[in-house]
Design a protein around this ligand. Structure first.
Ligand code: ATP
Length: 596
């Protein structure tokens, strides 16, 4: 507890790393277990919490300093509400202390650790090890409570369920608090309520592992990404050094953090990568599917995790059925689960939420809302970790995994559960994919660097969600062009203008919009605009300024092409503002303001 207090009191990041390094170096190894330590199994295979139930002291300490009891990939939680914690503290504090008293002190002091430390507990006189199970154990404020005992009791507490489990949790926590010194109780209370906050972040632990065990930071980082377990990485670095770390791999059944996206524009994506991989952005919830064939066909072969690595398998039987019907090899796939109507058309995100974390009445909920998975990435297939492979290779592998053997010749469009990927350097092609996505009821598009590797937990520049329109403009339609081919009877490309001049009664052009419009909509717009045609030349028509369109765009640029001196970059049709007359359309002045 003293060491943790010293870390908390230290303001400088580098000093914190030094203190955590020292703590790791001095944490004593646990006594060897009689039948070996199952944690040393770092290879493939379905990992279950039971395999990791006897961690070494260092594993425990590496998690505790970050305020975690269990590795991030495990769905296990303590599930202790604040009142359970207050009750345990009150009981341990003495016969005349009631939960109300703890709550009153909390209202006064505002922080549970401080409240816990304000009481005297039974362990006050002892000598012990809760400073980290280390040689620092013999500190004057320590008791005989070890990190291992704390961990084991908390594991027991996490496992308590069913009738009477709340009482059992209070009893177990009381048992621990009762043996704590005041300082130990401070950090125990914060640990169980997930409020550790001593300034030790993920980067601190990574740097401390590298320094304590003399291994390269980059390799620690990689090992953390694939194992998602700071404790395990610390122990492997100590016991097996660099060689051990390089052998840590992804394991089916152990979720990794999802790669995330930044907002971005088509312009930036093409400037940086020349080519962009373009995918539809599905409006659902992120899932990570782990499938292990043949282990136990009745249960456990398929696991589905949420973006936060929660186990959501039971809530999504369609995904499990999909995996069992489609997959043949051990895989980890990244994707989205989407709600669909009877025709397979995507439904809004809120519908998925009705299913996503549901624990009860799943079958009934399934009758109301159907979901289906769509996968856009493959992290592991048949023994190969693919994180370091470029996106295009991972996507090819994904396609192969989702086509069962004899159907490999069919085109990607027909592969169930596959998110399509187009590679393009042409902004217009990208626009048309966007329009198609919106038409199909999806959220828009994702732009990805085709060469990029998969970085778990990173919100880097390699995945970009196309920036939603922050502001739209209401423009007057002053011209149009007849379409071609199948669209020859529709007006297709619309000239947009904004109000200008002192009185705002002049019109200046700012661009043309042709994307984001379905055939059905074009027909409707043609009907609306045709009566306003004043002149025609070839495919081009002039229109009376009567109709106002709301348009989105990526940027406003200066441009000699249009009479306003500006051009909307990548304009998109949002809708007709039938509630607005020309006089209500946006002005050149507003456009200039938006540009700044
Ligand atoms: P944030 O990630 O910023 O917290 P969010 O959860 O709303 O916000 P966005 O950032 O808007 O998500 O978009 C990224 C998410 O889009 C992904 O996490 C994933 O769930 C979803 N998504 C849908 N289609 C794709 C795709 N083709 N590739 C990657 N992600 C996709």
């Amino acid at each position: 507890a003293q060491r943790v207090a010293a870390i908390e009191a230290e303001p400088a990041d580098l000093e914190i790393v030094a203190l955590v390094t020292e703590l790791f170096e001095e944490t004593l190894e646990s006594a060897p277990l009689e039948d070996g330590n199952p944690c040393s199994d770092a290879g493939h295979g379905t990992a279950t919490p039971d395999d990791f139930d006897t961690p070494d002291n260092l594993e425990i300490v590496a998690r505790f300093v970050q305020g975690r009891v269990f590795p991030a990939w495990q769905s296990r939680t303590l599930d202790i509400g604040p009142s359970t914690c207050y009750e345990a503290i009150a009981r341990a504090a003495g016969t005349n202390v009631r939960t109300d008293d703890v709550e009153a002190r909390l209202a006064d002091i505002g922080e549970i650790g401080e409240v816990a430390a304000s009481y005297d507990f039974g362990g006050q006189q002892g000598l012990g090890a809760f400073g980290g199970g280390s040689s620092s154990a013999n500190t004057t404020d320590g008791t005989d409570l070890t990190v291992r005992e704390v961990y084991e009791t908390l594991s027991e507490l996490a496992a308590a369920e069913g009738a009477g489990s709340q009482d059992r949790k209070v009893d177990l926590l009381f048992g621990l608090v009762n043996r704590c010194s005041s300082e130990e109780a401070r950090y125990l209370a914060r640990l169980v309520l997930s409020e550790m906050r001593i300034g030790v972040g993920e980067g601190t632990v990574r740097d401390a592992i590298a320094e304590a065990f003399d291994v390269p930071g980059g390799e620690v980082e990689r090992a953390l990404q694939v194992s998602n377990d700071y404790g395990q990485v610390a122990r492997v670095a100590r016991d097996d050094g660099l060689e051990g770390l390089t052998q840590l791999d992804l394991a089916v059944g152990r979720p990794v953090q999802a790669m995330l996206a930044q907002a971005g524009t088509v312009t930036d994506a093409l400037e940086e990568w020349e080519q962009a991989a373009v995918e539809w952005k599905y409006d659902g919830a992120r899932i990570q599917l782990h499938y292990q064939p043949g282990t136990n066909p009745d249960a456990g072969a398929t696991e589905v995790f949420s973006r936060n690595m929660e186990d959501v398998t039971d809530a999504l039987p369609e995904v499990v059925e999909f995996a069992e019907e489609t997959l043949e090899e051990a895989v980890i796939l990244d994707g989205e689960v989407v709600a669909i109507d009877d025709d397979g058309t995507p439904l809004p995100f809120q519908e998925v939420l009705k299913r996503f974390r549901r624990k009860h009445d799943v079958e009934k909920a399934r009758e109301d809302v159907t979901v289906r998975p769509v996968f856009f990435d493959c992290l592991h297939a048949d023994g190969d970790d693919l994180l370091e492979e470029p996106l295009t290779i991972r996507h090819d592998r994904l396609e192969a995994v989702l086509c069962d053997g004899d159907e490999r010749s069919r085109s990607p469009e027909n592969v169930d559960g596959l998110s399509l990927l187009w590679q393009s350097d042409d902004p217009e092609k990208i626009e048309s994919i966007d329009a198609e996505a919106l038409e199909g009821g999806h959220e828009g598009i994702m732009l990805k660097n085709p060469e990029s590797t998969y970085s778990p937990g990173r919100r880097g520049k390699h995945w970009r969600k196309r920036k939603p329109d922050v502001e739209t403009l209401d423009c007057v339609v002053t011209g149009a062009e007849w379409g071609e081919g199948r669209r020859a009877t529709f007006l297709g490309t619309f000239e947009l203008s904004v109000r200008a001049g002192e009185a705002g009664d002049e019109l200046e052009t700012v661009g043309k919009v042709a994307t984001g419009i379905t055939d059905e909509k074009l027909e409707e717009l043609t009907e609306l605009l045709e009566p306003h045609i004043t002149a025609e030349e070839g495919q081009e028509v002039d229109l009376e300024p009567e109709v106002v369109f709301e348009v989105g765009y990526e940027e406003i640029q200066t441009s000699p092409t249009y009479s306003s001196g500006y051009a909307l970059r990548f304009p998109r049709f949002v809708g007709v503002r039938s509630d607005k007359a020309t006089a209500d359309a946006d002005s050149l002045e507003r456009l200039e303001r938006l540009r700044d």
